[in-house]
Design a protein. Structure first.
Length: 479
């Protein structure tokens, strides 16, 4: 269905464009949809290889034509992450979305659900898609088809927010969760293919730098995005302010998706035997029992998920106890993005020199600071600087998780079993990522203090477990 829609769109675009030579090898005088059979070897060369569907322009094709494939892939993947991290400022599950939902309902459970939906829905479909994707040589078409769903669902979210006012809050609330769930689930499908393409296209000894650039530069733009959010919340009425915020995010996501579609995907051997979901789960459980390092990473990621379950509630806590206004959400977001940006300089160097295990240790250690800081707030009664500092440290720990978890997982995964490793662990941790919803129940029925205490304890256990991990860098992942 997605292919038919793509072809129909292309036919309509092609009808209004000047015709050129159909034999142009990679650089054309007009727009065209490229779909070439990929025979690219596992090692990088300058020979033609593709394996993806994308709209190709003369300007971008000319820029990319002079690059080696490693440099091309590194640049495009970095730009993809920069735009996605910029977009995250306008769709932040720790600041913007909880504040948006709190305008529609007083339920802390729904605030927690909004804060966890994207993180939790992202890994859920991966164990289902992995058996099919694992025997598919080219993963880029999976990514492209998912990209269409992601773009149109996010666009629909923007338009729906514009269309329904404050008095239609129950309907807007329901439509928001449905559309946002579609966006998040399609992101999970795209994420599985994305991780495999990155593992093949980027050498292991450059992935630390890649993630650092993606997050740090993107977070630099996201800091600016935080002040844009603050301005929009101050100057525009609800729901126009949030509709504008979501529309900006839609445009940035569209650019990021398009850029990654230009990545050259190397072809490597894949498993040809068909595996059902039951067999795939059985193999994942077998890997979990046999690979102690993999098992340890699962434990660390689960504990960090419990630690991070309190993240959506710091902004609500700051508004209720710290005297922060609605427009201050943008300022707290900017502080968080600044922490993301600056810490990646440190995390990237650590990952490249010493490995990603040390990054996971630092992630757990810094992640303990926000819940402890929130617990101490009533005792210290500090000034307005206190919560921006906590949000800055949240950014530091969030950046460490993104970089450390991804690089460690790719490093310990054998090439032929990579998608099983990725799909099984991401699906295993998915229920924990819904814990912010449970955290909402804890806040509604007990107190913030209990929630923050549980998060701090989980962070201490994650720190202990991450210390027990062993650094692994497979020779076959380096080029």
């Amino acid at each position: 269905m997605a292919t038919e829609i793509t072809n129909a769109l292309w036919r309509s675009v092609r009808s209004v464009l000047p015709r050129g030579s159909s034999n142009s090898p990679g650089l054309t005088a007009n727009w065209r949809l490229t779909a070439k059979v990929n025979s690219c070897p596992a090692r990088f060369t300058r020979s033609p290889c593709s394996g993806q569907f994308f709209f190709q322009t003369r300007v971008l094709s000319g820029i990319l034509a002079g690059m080696t494939y490693i440099r091309r892939n590194f640049t495009l993947t970095a730009l993809n992450g920069i735009f996605f991290n910029f977009a995250s400022a306008f769709l932040s599950e720790t600041t913007v979305l909880p504040a948006f939902i709190s305008n529609l309902t007083n339920s802390r459970v729904l605030v927690g659900l909004a804060g966890s939906l994207q993180r939790a829905s992202w890994p859920l479909p991966q164990v289902i898609v992995a058996p099919f994707a694992e025997r598919t040589e080219r993963k880029m078409p999976i990514y492209i088809h998912s990209a269409f769903v992601r773009f149109f669902s996010l666009l629909a979210l923007s338009l729906v927010t514009f269309s329904f006012g404050r008095y239609a809050s129950p309907l807007l609330l329901a439509v928001f969760f449905v559309v946002y769930a579609i966006f998040s689930l399609s992101g999970g499908v795209a994420g599985l293919s994305f991780m495999d393409i990155v593992a093949k296209a980027i050498p292991a000894n450059r992935r630390g730098s890649l993630w650092a650039i993606r997050i740090s530069v993107g977070s630099g733009f996201a800091v600016i995005g935080g002040f844009i959010v603050r301005h929009l919340l101050r100057t525009l009425p609800f729901p126009v302010n949030y509709g504008t915020i979501f529309l900006i995010s839609t445009a940035l996501v569209a650019v990021g998706l398009t850029l990654f579609s230009f990545v050259v995907e190397p072809i490597q051997p894949v498993r040809k035997e068909r595996k059902g979901l039951k067999e795939h789960l059985r193999e994942g459980r077998l890997i979990f029992r046999k690979d102690a390092n993999y098992r340890g990473l699962v434990h660390v990621r689960l504990l960090i998920g419990i630690l991070f379950m309190a993240f959506p509630f710091y902004v609500v806590f700051a508004k209720e106890t710290g005297g922060f206004e609605e427009s201050s959400v943008g300022f707290l977001l900017a502080a968080q993005m600044l922490g993301l940006m600056l810490s990646n300089i440190l995390w990237g160097n650590i990952a490249n020199r010493f490995g990603s295990r040390l990054v996971l240790i630092g992630t757990s250690l810094s992640g303990i600071v926000p819940p402890l800081g929130a617990l101490l707030f009533p005792l210290l009664t500090p000034g307005q600087w206190y919560f921006p500092v906590l949000f800055f440290v949240m950014g530091v720990s969030g950046a460490g998780l993104r970089l450390g978890y991804s690089t460690f997982l790719l490093d310990i995964s054998p090439p032929l079993e990579r998608l099983t490793y990725i799909g099984f662990i991401n699906t295993t941790i998915a229920p924990v990522l819904f814990l912010p919803t449970v955290a909402g129940v804890i806040v509604d029925t007990i107190s913030y203090e209990v929630l923050f205490g549980m998060a701090a304890l989980a962070g201490a256990l994650a720190l202990y477990k991450s210390i027990l991990l062993k650094e692994v860098r497979r020779p076959d992942t380096k080029t």
